[in-house]
Design a binder for this molecule. Structure first.
Ligand code: KG4
Ligand code: ZN
Length: 338
C-alpha cells in the first residue's frame, strides 16, 4: 500500500509517500522559518496562507520523485491536530478533497503520534525497529511527555510538563538573548562555545520523584541572569554563550534523569527520543552515555525527521493501517494531551 502523508500543523508544509513494502519512497518539505524570522515567531495567518501556496506543488514534487501517479495512492494520512487551526485546516481540507477526488480513505493522525513513531522510520528493516514496549521521550516545541509505548495506538502517559515544553524553554531563553528564531538550534550552537560552571541554573523537579517536568522557572532564571549581566554591561557574546551552556546543561540533566527514572520504574530497556529537541547534540551525547552504562538501547529519528515533516505522518498512517487502526476516530484510542 502507498500512503501519502500530509503535515501542516505549524510552520512546515511536509508531504511524503510511504510504501508498506518498500519503505519511504519520497518526501518534500517547505519550512517557513525565513518568513517568520522577521517577527521573532510564527505568525499563524501567514503560516496558513503559505501552506495554501505550497501544498499542491509539494505533492507534485513527491509524486514525481517517487515516479508515481496520484491514482497509485491507496490512502491519505493527514495531521489533524494539535496545531494552529488555520494551518491544520489547509492540510486537512487538501487531504479530504484529494481523498474525495481519488475515492481513497483518510487516516487522521495526531501530530504527536507522528513524532512518537518517527524513530522507527530510521530502521532499515522492520526487524531493526525498537521492540514494543518501550519508553518514549517526546520533546517538541509544544510538548514534553514521557510515554510507555505498548504498541501502535497503545500509549500510556507517564509524565509531562506542567508548564512550558522543553523546545519552548529553548526558544524563549534564546529570545531573551536575542538569538533569533527558531531559538533552540541557535542556543544549542552557542552553548558549544560556552564555559561550563560560570553560571549555575536550577534543575526544576529533578528530585520530584514523579515523571513530570517544569521548565518555566528555568526560563525565568535565564531572564534573571540576563538582566543582571545587562546591568553590569556584560551581556557580550562570551557571556551569552556561558548562559546558553548553563541553560542547556540544566535542561539536558533533567531530561536524561527523568528518562532513566521512567526506565527504572517500568523495567524497560529501550528508549526512543522524538520531537525537535531530539536533534540536540548535547542531549543525544548525554543519553548515549547514560544508556550505554545501563545497557539500554536508545533510538533517535534521522535528524531531518526530528522536526515537523510529512514522512512521519505517512509512516504513522502506514503503521495504523498495518495494525488495523486506520479507521478509529481521533483521540479515542490514546491519551495525548492536545
Ligand atoms: O517537534 P517540532 O518541530 O515542533 C513541535 O511539534 O512543537 O520541534 C520544534 C522545536 C523548537 O522549539 C526548536 O527550537 C526545537 O524543537 N529544536 C531544538 C533543536 N532543534 C530544534 N532545540 C534544541 N536543540 C536543537 N538542536
Ligand atoms: Zn512537531
Amino acid at each position: 500500500m502507498k500512503i501519502l502523508g500530509i503535515e501542516s500543523s505549524c510552520d512546515e508544509t511536509g508531504l511524503a509517500l510511504y510504501d508498506t513494502e518498500r519503505g519511504l519512497l519520497a518526501h518534500a518539505l517547505h519550512s517557513q522559518i525565513a518568513m517568520h524570522q522577521a517577527y521573532g515567531g510564527v505568525v499563524p495567518e501567514l503560516a496558513s496562507r503559505d501552506h495554501i501556496q505550497r501544498v499542491l506543488p509539494l505533492l507534485n514534487e513527491v509524486l514525481s520523485s517517487a515516479q508515481c501517479d496520484k491514482t497509485e495512492i491507496d490512502a491519505i494520512a493527514c495531521t489533524v491536530g494539535p496545531g494552529l487551526a488555520g494551518a491544520l485546516l489547509v492540510g486537512t481540507a487538501f487531504a479530504y478533497a484529494l481523498g474525495y477526488a481519488l475515492d481513497k480513505p483518510i487516516i487522521p493522525i495526531h501530530h504527536l503520534e507522528g513524532h512518537l513513531l518517527s524513530p522507527l522510520l530510521a530502521a532499515k528493516t522492520p526487524s531493526e525497529r525498537p521492540a514494543f514496549p518501550f519508553i518514549a521521550l517526546l520533546v517538541s516545541g509544544g510538548h514534553t511527555q514521557l510515554m510507555q509505548v505498548n504498541g501502535v495506538g497503545d500509549y500510556v502517559l507517564l509524565g509531562e510538563t506542567l508548564d512550558d515544553a522543553a523546545g519552548e524553554a529553548f526558544d524563549k531563553s534564546a529570545k531573551l538573548m536575542d538569538l533569533g528564531y527558531p531559538g533552540g538550534p541557535a542556543l544549542s550552537r552557542l552553548a558549544e562555545q560556552g564555559t561550563p560552571g560560570r553560571f549555575n541554573l536550577p534543575r526544576p523537579m529533578l528530585h520530584s520523584k514523579d515523571l513530570d517536568f517544569s521548565f518555566s522557572g528555568l526560563k525565568t532564571a535565564v531572564l534573571t541572569v540576563v538582566k543582571q549581566e545587562c546591568q553590569r554591561g556584560e551581556l557580550d557574546e562570551v557571556t551569552k554563550a556561558d548562559i546558553a551552556r548553563a541553560f542547556q546543561e540544566a535542561i539536558v540533566e533533567v531530561l536524561v534523569s527523568k528518562c532513566l527514572q521512567a526506565l527504572k520504574q517500568t523495567g524497560l530497556k529501550e528508549l526512543v527520543i522524538a520531537g525537535g529537541v531530539g536533534a540536540n547534540k548535547q542531549l543525544r551525547a548525554a543519553l548515549n552515555t547514560a544508556c550505554a552504562r545501563r545497557k539500554v538501547q536508545v533510538h533517535y529519528p534521522d535528524l531531518q525527521f526530528c522536526t515537523d515533516n510529512g514522512a512521519m505522518i505517512a509512516f504513522a498512517g502506514a503503521l495504523r493501517v498495518q495494525a488495523g487502526l486506520a479507521d478509529l476516530p481521533l483521540h479515542q484510542d490514546y491519551r495525548f494531551t492536545v
